[in-house]
Design a protein. Structure first.
Length: 300
């Protein structure tokens, strides 16, 4: 099987896992449940759960305990996209080639759908406790839950989004430090959650976990810089969302700060460093390496 076929197979498997944890659309709250399912099943690369599972496998993980965490992280990612698309934030009407959640269900329902997915994420991740028996595994699951909360919260994604929103509203002078703070916290934090949770649940040692956190930082920042690049070089058809939205929203990005060529070089440098870190582990995961390589040249 080549990389592309393997990737498609893994996406289908991840979607089947996520579906197991999604709500039934019944009851007086049916509309919000529909909006939650609409958002999470509207496509997407499933990059975060994929990285999580591949890191888990790299350190010898073989159990189902990883699955609720994979679903939970994708729920958190999708809640952040629903809220980010709202008129009060980026005011985007299309994502993944489909109408955004607020554009279909209205703003109030989209806020609630995001909140619903965020809560469901922790309810889902907590189900990992029901899949284990050893005391050692309980400690790993507890640590993984704490990582999820921290990296998704004010010391992670929400913190990065806060700095981003303020930089935009106040036309704050962008410095390299602020740019990297935003990229690290807004984007790399969830990638770090994915990769370190995989390592923690598989029982990797402390040195390997912190090396994985560093590799994930590089992958996450490179991913965001590539996102900045695609916003100016791609098309709405390929991306499935409006291009040029960073300029429209007065966002200072790596491209506006350093220029296109320097941004491309940055994606390459950060990714190569991440690949070096991954190759320094005793065990190998060829698919994980190929996945990181594919992100350097990703077109959407
Ligand atoms: C609103 C709390 C809150 C947070 C928003 C993640 C985020 C912070 C905003 C989303 C917009 C954005 C540009 C985020 C940076 C990370 C990023 C490039 C997200 C898109 O991730 P993909 O490409 O999405 O993995 P798919 O559609 O493939 O799932």
């Amino acid at each position: 099987m080549n990389f592309k076929e393997e990737l498609n197979e893994k996406v289908a498997r991840i979607e089947a896992i996520i579906k197991q944890y999604l709500p039934e659309e019944t009851g007086y709250q049916k509309t919000v449940l529909e909006a939650m399912n609409y958002s999470i099943m509207a496509g997407g690369k499933r990059l975060r759960p994929m990285l999580m599972e591949e890191c888990y496998k790299l350190f010898g993980g073989k159990e189902a305990v990883i699955e609720p965490f994979m679903a939970a992280l994708e729920m958190i990612h999708n809640y952040s996209l629903i809220h980010d698309d709202l008129p009060a934030m980026d005011n985007d009407e299309y994502r993944r080639g489909q109408k955004t959640t607020w554009n279909v269900y209205g703003e109030g329902m989209a806020i609630l759908a995001g909140d619903g997915l965020l809560n469901l994420a922790y309810e889902t991740a907590a189900k990992a406790f029901l899949l284990i028996e050893d005391k050692q595994d309980y400690q790993r699951v507890a640590r993984a839950l704490a990582i999820l909360g921290r990296k998704a919260g004010v010391y992670g994604m929400i913190g990065g989004q806060t700095a981003d929103v303020e930089a935009e509203l106040q036309d704050r002078q962008m410095t390299e430090e602020l740019l990297y703070f935003i990229h690290e916290f807004k984007t790399a934090a969830l990638i770090q959650a994915a990769m370190t949770i995989g390592a923690v649940l598989a029982g990797a040692d402390e040195e390997a976990i912190s090396k994985m956190e560093k590799a994930a930082y590089n992958i996450g920042v490179a991913f965001q810089v590539q996102d900045d690049i695609l916003d100016v070089t791609s098309t709405t058809e390929v991306l499935g969302k409006a291009v040029g939205s960073d300029e429209k929203n007065h966002k200072l990005t790596c491209v506006s700060f350093k220029g296109l060529d320097a941004s491309k070089a940055e994606v390459d440098r950060l990714s190569r460093e991440a690949l070096q870190l991954l190759s320094s582990f005793e065990t190998k995961n060829v698919f994980l390496t190929e996945l990181v390589e594919s992100l350097i040249t990703r077109e959407k």
